[in-house]
Design a protein around this ligand. Structure first.
Ligand SMILES: Cc1ncc(COP(=O)(O)O)c(C=O)c1O
Length: 356
């Protein structure tokens, strides 16, 4: 059976070059070879995060760090901004960590708006806010700059930003925006296999963590900090992923980060044109649409599973049939990672053919 190319919003297609790096022989994680590897990629990671702070490698998917951020930072109460499947879940996760938590819920398909966040924070009592920049389930990108400015008005409130499906597709200047924890996963725009997360933590967030009980060990930010100072990780890291990341950072350097952002915007616009051309609608309102994926409102009542079957049989490719309660009502097309004008145009042509 030929491989089915993934145009779903993660995991996405991994290039042969990345896989070759992933398959390099093992090294000891306490060896000088490992320290050299981490030390070499670290400044490149800092540049991608737009931060002077240390950048950590977590052997977990993003949820490990999302839960870790709650355990490290919340002593009073966390406000979870909720606008889709992943951001909604963060409230549940906060409560499962035994923390006081409240949601700022908006309808799926809508962004989190600064006015709503401002009003909620004005009620007082919160010491942490969680925000998903790009809600992958709905294709909504919330206005990060404006939301960060709102949180900045509250010096005791920490801001945790999930950039799982926007990192390296659009710029997120962590230090400039005053983000306290910025995290991402490996299987989205970085186009690596799933299983690794990257994150950075502000000085004030380290200071907060030092006062919070029950941080545990595996995701203790202070353990990460201590180890990173020696180019190491607290526990055995996922070395294969780190080789793959090293290779991806080379690719990004070669392409140029601004070119990478421009490529994502261009490919996203190609998909948007296709949506409009086909009499379909967007699930997200204009101005708040993701640049890394498109969540299409299925207003034509297309049989999406049938469409995907044809796509798979004829062209060995697949798109996503909608997440959770949006299954069938929406479908999603990813344009993140290594895609090009040629590959996205090809996909759109295949979709046209399968829709005939
Ligand atoms: C925006 C966002 N946050 C968090 C997650 C959770 O990531 P993981 O399942 O890799 O832990 C996802 C997964 O798709 C996501 O899209």
């Amino acid at each position: 059976m030929p491989h089915t190319k993934l145009f779903i919003p993660g995991p996405i297609e991994v290039s042969p070059k990345t896989f070759a790096a992933f398959c390099k022989p093992m090294i000891g994680h306490r060896s000088n070879d490992f320290k050299k590897l981490y030390a070499e990629i670290h400044p490149k990671l800092q540049a991608l995060f737009y931060t002077q702070q240390p950048v950590f490698i977590s052997t977990s998917s993003a949820w490990g760090v999302m839960e870790g951020a709650i355990r490290n930072l919340v002593s009073k109460k966390v406000l979870n901004c909720m606008c889709g499947a992943f951001s909604d879940k963060w409230l549940d996760v906060s409560r499962r960590c035994g923390k006081q938590a409240e949601g700022l819920q908006v309808e799926w398909g809508q962004p989190i708006l600064p006015e709503a966040l401002d009003a909620k924070l004005a009620e007082g009592g919160f010491d942490t806010v969680t925000l998903i920049h790009n809600e992958t389930s709905t294709g909504v990108m919330s206005p990060i700059k404006e939301l960060c400015a709102v949180v900045k008005k509250h010096p005791d409130v920490m801001l945790v930003v999930d950039s799982v499906s926007s990192f390296s597709a659009v710029p997120i200047p962590m230090d400039e925006l005053g983000i306290d924890v910025l995290l991402t996963g490996s299987q989205k725009a970085l186009a690596l296999p799933p299983g690794m997360a990257l994150f950075s933590v502000s000085e004030r967030a380290f200071a907060r963590a030092a006062t919070v009980e029950g941080r545990g060990y595996y995701f203790d930010f202070l353990e990460f900090k201590k180890n990173q100072a020696e180019s190491m990780t607290p526990s055995t890291p996922v070395i294969s992923h780190i080789y793959a990341l090293q290779s991806k950072l080379e690719d990004i350097e070669c392409e140029g980060i601004e070119n990478r952002y421009a490529r994502h915007a261009k490919l996203n616009a190609l998909v948007a044109d296709w949506v409009a051309r086909n009499g379909l609608e967007f699930f997200a309102p204009e101005g708040y649409r993701s640049k890394s994926l498109t969540c299409v409102r299925n207003n034509r009542e297309i049989d999406v599973p049938a469409l995907n079957s044809k796509l798979k049989e004829r062209y060995h490719a697949m798109i996503d049939g909608g997440y959770g309660k949006l299954k069938g009502k929406t479908f999603r097309i990813s344009n993140m990672g290594d895609e090009t004008e040629k590959t996205i145009s090809e996909l759109l042509g295949w979709l046209d053919d399968c829709l005939k």
